[in-house]
Design a binder for this molecule. Structure first.
Ligand SMILES: CC(=O)SCCNC(=O)CCNC(=O)[C@H](O)C(C)(C)COP(=O)(O)OP(=O)(O)OC[C@H]1O[C@@H](n2cnc3c(N)ncnc32)[C@H](O)[C@@H]1OP(=O)(O)O
Length: 368
């Protein structure tokens, strides 16, 4: 970034120095030169990386980078691992800090980080091949006892001019392919932003809709919902996937249990046709699930709560349990708290229902 020295109201220089370190330049000439030097640098890095996906032959036109399925089609992905990662990432840090909400730089001294670069090749006037960086993903590869590996997507960024054109989704698909072809244990995502979770869920649903090992289980649960009318039952009922389906999905598609459960809920929505007829039942199922997630399975036990918490560790095995000090709250206090809880629950259910409807519509459109 070009920093023009001068006396402003705020001392930007020290703030920018923290972010850009030695990449901060103060002279305009120097700044302009970085355009070609950084491009050359990216070119040299990817020439030593491993190409993972070639663009399709006819997916590109001058004003659109999406093919007929809405996927980006004019890009290549290169995997950079080992020594070059630190050097490459130190140049990406300012983008991470500026463009990914609440992000922290990864530890470049840890050799288990890999970077997947999305680039587009362009021919310049001298017919030299230029490289445009479109985005990247930082993926952590760690050992799983006894002899397996897991992949965790730590950061993903599509540069703003390229966002919403299918590149993020295409990069996720490449990562899915890596996970499946290397037969790792699973591919997880660290604290996904809503925008990323939306793209990820859409992709996973498309994969799950054609994954035959779960189709019978799905039809059986859909039929049960249709006949049992869950909204009229006093006892909450289980409409989750069978354990064998969770395991099949993880083994073949590398989707972990938490993400699969999110998708399963939407698969039920898609299966309940026509959904308007079963909306009350469906909402009751979503409400029961959210209630269990927030206030824990022991919601009837006064003072004891288990809740999921955001974590940088394995989300499936991380939770917090707390015990309230005032287990014997008085009637009016507990009534007030209860109605607040009910209102918060209703809001959460409304939000989730909106999200489910949106994703289901997008997925139905893309599979038509
Ligand atoms: C683990 C983590 O790294 S969490 C942080 C994730 N990264 C960020 O938030 C950085 C800023 N955002 C980005 O880099 C990108 O927008 C990403 C990586 C989230 C998604 O990549 P994109 O190339 O924009 O996604 P893609 O074009 O494949 O899909 C776009 C979808 O995301 C949704 N979306 C959300 N935010 C945006 C946005 N800012 N621009 C465009 N689309 C967005 C769109 O609604 C669209 O969904 P639709 O196809 O159903 O309409």
């Amino acid at each position: 970034m070009f920093f023009k020295g001068g006396k402003g109201i705020t001392d930007l220089k020290s703030a920018l120095k923290n972010m850009f370190a030695e990449n901060l330049v103060e002279k305009k000439e120097e700044f302009l030169n970085t355009f070609s030097s950084e491009r050359l640098y990216i070119k040299s890095v990817i020439s030593s990386g491993v190409a993972l996906e070639q663009p399709t032959a006819n997916g590109r036109s001058s004003d659109s980078s999406k093919n007929s399925k809405g996927e980006a089609s004019d890009f290549e992905v290169f995997k950079v691992a080992g020594e070059p990662v630190g050097h490459l990432y130190s140049r990406l840090v300012p983008l991470v800090l500026l463009l990914i909400d609440g992000s922290n730089p990864i530890d470049i001294n840890d050799p288990r980080w890999e970077i997947y670069m999305v680039v587009r090749k362009t021919a310049d006037l001298q017919e030299d091949i230029g490289i445009n960086m479109i985005g990247f993903a930082a993926v952590y590869r760690f050992h799983r006892y006894p002899d397996s590996q897991r992949l965790r997507l730590g950061q993903i960024l599509v540069l703003p001019p390229y966002q919403g054109k299918g590149y993020g989704g295409s990069l996720l698909k490449v990562l899915n392919n890596v996970a499946v072809s290397e037969d790792v244990y699973d591919l997880t995502v660290e604290e996904p932003e809503d925008s990323l979770q939306h793209v990820r869920t859409k992709i996973d649903l498309q994969r799950l809709l054609v994954f035959s090992p779960i189709q019978n289980a799905l039809s059986a649960v859909v039929s049960r919902i249709k006949s049992e009318n869950p909204s009229k039952r006093s006892e909450p009922c289980q409409y989750g996937p069978p354990r064998s389906a969770v395991e099949d999905v993880r083994k073949s598609l590398k989707i972990n249990k938490r993400q699969f459960l999110q998708c399963w809920e939407i698969l039920l929505y898609l299966g309940l046709d026509p959904i308007d007829k079963y909306m009350e039942s469906y909402r009751a199922i979503v409400t029961a699930r959210i209630k269990t997630d927030i206030i824990g399975k022991d919601s009837e036990v006064v003072g004891k709560r288990i809740i999921d918490v955001p974590t940088e560790f394995d989300q499936e095995t991380s939770f917090a349990m707390f015990k309230s000090q005032n287990g014997n709250v008085t009637g009016s206090e507990s009534d007030g708290a209860k109605s607040n809880q009910e209102e918060s629950l209703r809001q959460l259910v409304d939000e989730r229902m909106k999200e489910i409807k949106l994703i289901a519509e997008k997925v139905s459109m893309s599979t038509r």
